[in-house]
Design a protein around this ligand. Structure first.
Ligand code: UDP
Ligand code: MG
Length: 369
């Protein structure tokens, strides 16, 4: 499980527990920022306004170019920013390079994971170590274009919680990448109700408080907009640039399509029944039990009232299977209800999300119910 807590909330003095964090000295940027009252460049605050989170797995050629490209876009923008690169257990020297870069730059923080955990975990680690109010994620292979970052941030400032990039002219193989992606986007949109053209685009901007409410598992980074929608986020998409991969190779093959479909089932279930699993398992359990019960009753009448033999009837087998399946589904629903309560109550997660509270402040917020 990966809980997306802002790092400064993990330890009050801003230190990372057990993590090797280098670089990210924000003082220079805070001093050089123009104090024009804009929260994005507030002088007093050391907290960056924008964190750019990049997962890195074997991208040794792209890494230095990408960091420089991001900095050259953001430096003139006046925003206080930081770049958080997460090395996801690379074995091509990306980790060492990241360590060196982070020691020599004040705008870069390197988070080195112990082994390769996958893109979702790397992104979650980046989100956890990011301190900005606004977080932008992008790939570490130079396929996303950092010059799009300010545009995404401006869009977010129009009042959205998540702005997703849309690679309108995507530079990837047509048959193995574009077609499966088109189908997946359509499927995800249909199932989740969040219709985006390009779920797979890593270039996205988020409000950090939205990410704090979301837990990422498995490969669910692709479903971030759908998860955000479950959390009640305001979501939009904007077309972004996309380039062909220059260095290294893609970390994914066609196998990802199958995993997307399985993840989709999880998301669909979460969206509809996360807080009421009994409504799905219980319903099907009752239907199955009811049908099995009726068939058994019918067979019992045949046997007892009419004296017919029922021992070799396939219908008897069907009745028993239906009944037992029904009982199991019903019990499963009850267990799921218990699990769901544990999930919410152990983490103090309310079953709702408040956007804002207006008017007088209560003396004390009651613990969740
Ligand atoms: N990535 C990662 N861990 C992994 C696989 C990928 O951090 O186990 C990173 C990778 O370095 C890149 C991003 O995730 O920055 C997207 O990967 P890739 O470019 O291979 O995906 P594609 O663009 O082909 O969909
Ligand atoms: Mg890529």
């Amino acid at each position: 499980m990966t809980t997306l807590l802002r790092s400064e909330e993990q330890l009050p003095d801003g230190q990372q527990p057990g993590a090797q964090v280098s670089g990210a000295h924000l003082s220079e940027r805070a001093e050089s920022a123009s104090g024009n009252g804009d929260p994005r460049s507030a002088q007093a605050s050391q907290r960056p306004y924008l964190s750019v989170v990049v997962p890195i797995y074997n991208e040794v050629e792209s890494l230095p170019r990408l960091v420089e490209a991001i900095a050259s876009v953001l430096r003139p923008s006046g925003m206080i920013y930081e770049i958080v690169c997460v090395d996801d257990g690379s074995n091509d020297g990306s980790g060492d390079l990241l360590r060196q870069l982070a020691q020599s730059r004040s705008d870069l923080r390197g988070v080195l994971l112990r082994r390769n955990y996958g893109q979702t975990a790397a992104m979650a680690a980046g989100f956890n170590h990011a301190q900005g109010e606004v977080i932008v994620s992008l790939d570490g292979d130079l396929q996303n274009d950092p010059t799009d970052i300010p545009m995404l941030v401006h869009k977010l400032e129009e009042g959205y919680d998540l702005v997703s990039g849309w690679r309108k002219q995507r530079q990837d193989a047509a048959l193995t990448r574009l077609l499966p992606s088109k189908i997946a986007n359509w499927l995800i949109g249909w199932v989740t109700g969040v219709k985006l053209h390009d779920y797979g685009c890593s270039l996205k901007a988020y409000r950090s408080e939205l990410l704090m409410d979301m837990n990422l598992y498995g490969e669910l980074h692709r479903f971030l907009p759908a998860l955000a929608f479950i959390e009640g986020a305001r979501i939009t998409e904007v077309p972004v640039r996309h380039h062909a991969r220059q260095f290294g190779q893609s970390k994914y093959g066609l196998g990802r399509t199958v995993r997307v479909v399985m993840d989709l089932v999880t998301i669909a279930f979460m969206k509809k029944f996360l807080t009421r699993p009994m409504h799905v398992f219980g319903l099907w359990g009752m239907i199955s039990m009811g049908l099995g019960g009726l068939l058994m009753l019918y067979l019992a009448i045949l046997k007892l009232a009419l004296g017919m033999a029922i021992g070799d009837r396939p219908l008897l087998m069907l009745a028993v299977v239906l009944f037992i399946t029904g009982v199991q589904l019903f019990c499963f629903g009850l267990l799921a209800e218990l699990l769901m309560r544990t999930y919410h109550e152990s983490q103090g997660r309310p079953i709702y999300r408040v956007r804002e509270v207006v008017g007088t402040k209560p003396a004390r917020e009651r613990p969740m119910v």
